[in-house]
Ligand binder design. Structure first.
Ligand code: SF4
Ligand code: SF4
Length: 273
């Protein structure tokens, strides 16, 4: 109930020892540092799709920063659980914890395992943010079945402009989502990829190609539906220092690298004419 009240579309949980099978020794050590004697991992999916809208930012980056939003929503669940289980730890994480969120979601069966490396949560498709709660309480969990694979149509693999997707998963260094965020010099091959790419931040191609995303349900969460920044122009960034950029866009997830990569990516688009 606390998950539904917090706006999660799907949630589940699993023993930490089970998820540890998908973690490196270093990640397990970090998790144990955060939460000594970790017992249970809860995982939840928060939808963000806001409809078809023109723009040059990835759909995930148009609303408020998901790190803040998801953490805030997980905190309401942690507060609820802390009242029930006194003197216990409940630690929220949203893309910033040592826990592998996708593996947790797949193991709990809250979404299908996409060949594009993403979690598919019908009717929201892959347009969901994942968040976790790590606790030292042994929680009673409903029985769950690991998620099945997607239909395996391969459209995401064929559509991927960077050739980053293969049968073995995602090769992050070839992924344009990473490339748009890369600081500093790009190689000529990387520049060519970005010139042909419609977005200056992120890449939605493998998601848009996926049949589970043909008609995704809209997010019920106002932080991802209202006050959106769909795109940025050269004029939007003109004259901004790092500080004034953060004042203007600091509540957005595309702001964490500062204005430099966005300006560079815009200039590559301009060069294309
Ligand atoms: S985000 Fe773009 S580049 Fe990365 S795997 Fe998906 S389609 Fe390929
Ligand atoms: S595009 Fe096809 S293969 Fe790729 S994740 Fe979607 S259903 Fe799976």
């Amino acid at each position: 109930m606390a998950f539904a009240a917090a706006g999660a579309a799907a949630w589940g949980g699993l023993p930490f020892s089970e998820l540890a099978a998908d973690m490196t020794a270093e990640a397990v050590r970090k998790a144990e540092e955060l939460c000594p004697n970790p017992q249970t991992v809860l995982v939840a999916a928060f939808p963000y799709y806001a409809g078809e809208r023109a723009g040059n930012l990835s759909l995930y980056a148009r609303g408020l920063d998901y790190h803040t939003v998801v953490t805030g929503r997980l905190n309401t669940i942690c507060n609820f659980l802390s009242k029930k289980y006194k003197n216990s730890r409940f630690l929220p994480g949203a893309d910033n914890s040592p826990l592998p969120e996708r593996q947790a979601a797949w193991r709990c069966g809250i979404g299908l395992r996409g060949k594009n490396g993403l979690v598919i949560v019908p009717p929201y498709g892959t347009y969901v943010f994942l968040g976790t709660i790590l606790t030292d309480v042994v929680l009673e969990l409903p029985e769950c079945t690991p998620a099945p694979d997607c239909v395996g149509c391969g459209r995401c693999l064929s559509a991927c402009p960077g050739g980053a997707l293969g049968e073995d998963g995602v090769e992050v260094c070839r992924c344009l989502s990473e490339l748009t965020q890369k600081k500093g010099e790009l190689t000529a091959a990387e520049e060519a990829l970005l010139k042909a790419h419609p977005l200056i931040w992120g890449c939605d191609t493998c998601q848009q190609a996926c049949p589970y995303n043909a008609q995704p349900a809209l997010s019920p969460l106002p932080e991802f539906r209202e006050g959106l920044v769909d795109g940025l122009s050269v004029a939007d960034l003109e004259g901004l220092t790092n500080r004034t950029f953060r004042e203007k866009y600091g509540d957005r997830s595309f702001a964490w690298r500062g204005p430099a990569p966005l300006r560079r990516n815009l200039s590559l688009r301009d060069e294309q004419g």
